[in-house]
Design a protein around this ligand. Sequence first.
Ligand code: PLP
Length: 385
Amino acid sequence: MAGAELIGREELAEILELFNREKVNLYRYGGGNYKTREFEEKFASWMGVKYAHAVSSGTAAIHCALAGAGIGPGDEVITTAWTFIAPVEAISALGAIPVPVEIDETYHLDPREIEKAITPATRAVVAIPMWAPPKMDEIAEICSRNGLMLIEDAAQALGASYKGSKLGTIGSVGSFSFDAGKTLHTGEGGMIVTNDKEIYDRAAEFSDHGHMHIPGLPRGKDPRRAKGLNLRISEVTSAIGIAQLAKIDMILSKSKENKRRIKDGIRHLDNIVLRPFSDEAGSQGDTLIFRVRDREAALAFEAHLMEHGFGTKILPEALDWHYAGVWGHLLGEFDRYRDQNLESLWPATGKMLRSSICLNIPVLIDDATIDKLISAIVSGADKIG
Ligand SMILES: *Cc1c(COP(=O)(O)O)cnc(C)c1O
């Protein structure tokens, strides 16, 4: 998937350069963090933001972003019922209360559902762009009218944009992941971006036990103003990140072009519904989503694709990790969800996800394979009738 397909000599060269230093230091804050600094500076510059802070994973990134934004015990945080589980875990790890709401036809936070979920305890909205932008104007307007922070977990949406603004930079703070399924891949890794110095400082402190990193002060003498954890990135990971980041424009344009060709080959099918967008030009190429009649048709479609050598991505096969309606193990700790039939809280989302197919769009896919994939989708559509 995307960056993971392209790990090669360039990444190795960056690691070798690190090891060719007189004194190799793999520790994030030991004074030898020059690969991490370079990765952060290049990432901030590519995103067009003032600050970027690298951490150990995408889960760590949203955890630090929330902590940096001041989210804490008892705060209600509205997010979507369709997301990878990580941001909901991060909200709960801070003692805050996750409030998932239904998605709209673009598979993102429905602005009307946000309005309905706001209470006096609501502090923030976490938008989760799934390879494309949510309705950011409406969401930002609701947040500012209600005095809420807007946070973006853009782990799945590096390089996507809304009306020309890169996702991750529209809210107060954004987060990214570099795990194997994401646009860039560093083994494990994540990044926080913001233009707000206070959020940046607090997020960085949270990622390093609360160390305030006062320039000129020995690390052991660092003061603290809030608690933290160790969510630091290593120099080796950052070295890989520098080489991956150099490939981003190629990854984005190739996968977008591949996706366009596949869509052009299936657009005429009248029993599959391609997902609509709030800003199609801002959508990214990693993943293609469409809906079929119902759950049975989606499972039959998946089986048909498998027979032709193509897997799906997330939907339907990993739905249980991306739908709040089945997370009793996590949401059960909150009074409001305990003893509830969770499925019944987000029925529209469950129905939509269960009738959807997501396909991974590789960067490296040849013409013949694109044609094969198109014909597998066409024959699959024919089969489900
Ligand atoms: C992948 C993902 C994460 C977590 O990233 P990791 O690097 O795997 O920890 C967080 N949020 C979203 C929306 C994701 O898709």
